[in-house]
Design a protein around this ligand. Structure first.
Ligand SMILES: [Zn+2]
Ligand SMILES: [Zn+2]
Length: 370
């Protein structure tokens, strides 16, 4: 099979920036040094690019997990051009195909089943998509959004203006243009590129399948640290409409904190969350699947499997009783008399602790065979 033609512009950009970051930046660091201002502004630019992609391109425009004020959308649109990852329209259209046809080597533009190199960067250096490249039929909503259309139209000048203009302005202000071009310009771009690319490659290879094994996506706390929270990719692929990727309070997801933080300023609204019971159910189902496989090879497999299913059934029962009571409590709260409210609350607390206890039991039981 002949390979699709190479895209030389992308190859030149990726290769030259990577080589400069690898050779020239360390050389400059040794021979000249970088000062605090240069380092901090480069970090700020890295965060600006990264979060414009995660909070803007990804969670806002690709998945519509919340609504954002025009000023915030404008900031994201500029940051996205600065991140040099194509226009919002193009990125999101690709990303929607990725979710819809995940791991399908013929359709998913960066299918992880085609290997690390392909899903990381290989998919961008050859014309793999052919005619589908500029088909944005799956992003009609975005084609109606003024900022998106404007950014798509002026993407190239915006990308050039931000990638040269911002580092040049910082260098001019601070008195060392070369250092700023190297650090806030090139190193920031290379790190921003590859950390984002890791979501398509590593986050589909390395980590835990907490909620589903229907696709290759993985949850990985280490990756989350380098990708503004996007490492919880297994959760994201099953619940893509959730504005969070790391759902626990201790899971590092600065994108989630940014979106939530902006909601206090009314810059973001309609933050969408997956109902807790759905999440708990998916997790329990996955634990059941994993444990079943582990138990099948044991000597007393039949006995253990029967016990596993028994524990699972109790868990599901306690879980549905608890979430049903919770929903009832929230729905009826204002219509109830004080005494009724107290009774309902008491029942809710009992179901809550019964569920918590069975969950502990279940986790301990499945952990033995994990
Ligand atoms: Zn996504
Ligand atoms: Zn993915």
């Amino acid at each position: 099979m002949t390979k699709p033609p190479l895209i030389w512009l992308n190859i030149v950009i990726f290769a030259t920036t990577f080589l400069i970051a690898l050779v020239v930046v360390p050389y400059r660091a040794i021979t000249h040094g970088f000062d605090t201002f240069e380092i901090l502004t480069a970090i700020a630019c890295f965060c600006y690019c990264g979060m414009s992609i995660t909070a803007g391109y990804h969670r806002l425009w690709s998945h519509r997990t919340y609504k954002a004020h025009a000023s915030l959308r404008f900031i994201y649109a500029i940051g996205g051009a600065f991140a040099l990852q194509n226009s919002i329209l193009h990125w999101c259209s690709d990303h929607r195909v990725h979710h819809k046809h995940v791991d399908n080597n013929d359709v998913d533009p960066y299918s992880a089943k085609r290997g690390f190199w392909f899903s990381h960067i290989g998919w961008m250096i050859r014309e793999h998509q052919g005619d589908a490249y500029s088909n944005y039929d799956n992003a009609r909503d975005l084609q109606k959004e003024k900022i998106v259309v404007w950014q798509h139209k002026y993407y190239v000048p915006l990308a050039i203006a931000t990638n040269f203009g911002i580092p040049l302005a910082l260098g001019w202000l601070h008195g060392d243009i070369i250092s700023s071009l190297l650090l806030a310009g090139v190193l920031r771009l290379v790190l921003s590129h590859h950390t984002t690319f890791f979501i398509n490659s590593l986050a589909h290879i390395w980590g835990k399948q907490t909620y589903t094994d229907k696709n290759t996506a993985r949850d990985n706390g280490i990756l989350a640290f380098f990708t503004f929270g996007e490492g919880y990719h297994n959760f994201h692929h099953i619940f893509e409409n959730d504005y969070r990727n790391g759902i626990r309070w201790y899971q590092y997801d600065p994108t989630k904190w940014l979106i939530k933080g902006c909601s206090y300023l009314n810059l973001t609204t309609n933050l969408r969350k997956t109902p807790e019971d759905k999440i708990a159910m998916a997790k329990a189902k996955m634990q059941l699947t994993v444990s079943k496989v582990k138990l099948e090879n044991k000597v007393n497999a039949d006995e253990l499997l029967a016990k596993l299913h028994h524990e699972y059934d109790i868990l599901v029962e306690k879980m549905s009783q608890f979430y049903h009571a919770k929903k009832q409590l929230i729905a009826d709260k204002s219509n109830l008399l004080e005494a009724e409210k107290q009774a309902l609350l008491k029942q809710y607390e009992e179901l809550k602790s019964a569920f918590a206890e069975q969950r502990r039991h279940w986790n301990a039981f499945t952990a033995q065979y994990a």
